[in-house]
Write a protein that binds this ligand. Sequence first.
Ligand code: B12
Ligand code: SF4
Length: 457
Amino acid sequence: MKILLVRPPFYSIFGTERKAGNIPLGLCYIASALEEAGHNVEILDCETLDLDTRLDAGEMSYTHALNVSFKKYAEVMGNERHPIWDRIAGIINGKGADIVGFTSQTATMSSIIYISKMVQDSKIALGGVHATALPSLSLKETGADIVVMGEGERTIVDIANGVDIADIKGIAYREGSKIKINESRRRIDNLDSLPFPARHLLDLRLYKDTALGYIISSRGCPYSCYCCASNEIWGRQVRFRSPGNVIDEIEEVNQKYGTKKFRFTDDTFTLNRERVLNFCRELKERDLDISFRCGARTDRVDPELIKALKSAKCVNISYGVETGSQRILGNMGKQTTVENARRAVKMAKEAGLETLVFFIVGHPTETLDDIQGTTKLIEELQAHRTSVSIMTPYPGSQLFNPMIRREWWRYYHQGKTVKSLSTLSDERLNDVYSTISEWVKKMNLGLKAPRPTFQRS
Ligand code: B12
Ligand code: SF4
């Protein structure tokens, strides 16, 4: 069977860089499972298309670029008749695949709706977090035939092998005018049994050097922060690849493509301390010419672990600090403290690791005082890089509320609020956010910039 896997465009619509900064890791896993089962697979990564909508940021300030890029993004994503949809559908139809499989996130769902309506003669399957969270609605909105819910490797192979649709676990599909949802599928226990992601199917000329180094070593997170949709895909029971299996993948990618910089996309890389220590030990023993970045919870690091990471050539650690308000941290179910963040950043800096910290503004019930607590903490931490986003109630997270649903493309969390859940109005939250972004951008460039303060209006 011929299967075409499609990553819809996102950064290629409004971004500033020509080459894609990351690979569609989920689709590469799906592709390798299909190849292993003897199918003919192709990947169309729309992040690598030259769409002419790209932004030439030039000397623009960050806030200006953000505003312009959001405007551009909105113009394209809010317009079903924009020529890029026709162009992408044309490429897809030209491939003559039996099955076209889209990977979905909420931010890209509008484009899937536009494109899928123009796909001819192929069955359409949807996978990924958005379709998993809202399978019936996704089938209705796109006209697709099947939604693969959650982890997709085993399910897509059943579909391609022609197993009777009623017997395939983990799917939603149409039967006449009805939508059926089959029994869910047990998640894969032994992740080492999966073939490595099919990076060989990508056109390497269209990716930045570091893009090939995206890698995942575990699936799942036992926590359930209110804004996170991770549990929807992976569940709360965490499954780990063995250190040897992960290092084999790193070695293979390094040897085949010359990739030297790797980036773990695990929800929380350091969750299992022993595994990380073993990984670091084994990586050092193999003596590869590579470095890596990973993310950790602020309460899941300690000096010994950080030292081990550093000596295994970890160069950067990212933490979801989220807020400077202990009250909000409690509300969001994060189960960390502001003090954890202080210690975690200090520890990493003392060990010589670069630090990247993530914050969100616009939490439910958040006040201007809470936001000032966040800006104070940002200033105090002095991380190498700080990233601030606007709270977005994503499908798959506890904050999603169908009553406030708007066009899916609005679920783009870097620039504008979908709907303020805080005590601030939408307009005020967007303004406060722009001011904070401009300030953080200067700090990230190492420039001196006074912390903004906000008056109650
Ligand atoms: C790393 C990461 C990124 C990276 C790289 C993403 C990449 N390479 O694809 C970057 C930084 C670029 C990024 C960007 C964004 N991200 Co992000 N990201 C993640 C993260 C932490 C891990 C993703 C990953 O590596 N997965 C590993 C692969 C193997 O899993 P997978 O893609 O889900 O694929 C599996 C299944 O979903 C399924 N599947 C997926 N697609 C398909 C298709 C078919 C046909 C089939 C059969 C099966 C199938 O099978 C796969 C294998 O089992 C997730 C959190 C999480 N736990 O999922 C958030 C997450 C996906 N991101 C999220 C968001 C919000 C964003 C942004 C909108 C943020 C922003 N404004 O910048 C953008 C959107 C980018 C886009 N293209 O749409 C949300 C999405 C929520 C939602 N409802 O959409 C998540 C869930 C985090 C959260 N807040 O809850 N992200
Ligand atoms: S935000 Fe991080 S810690 Fe919280 S549930 Fe999501 S992945 Fe887990």
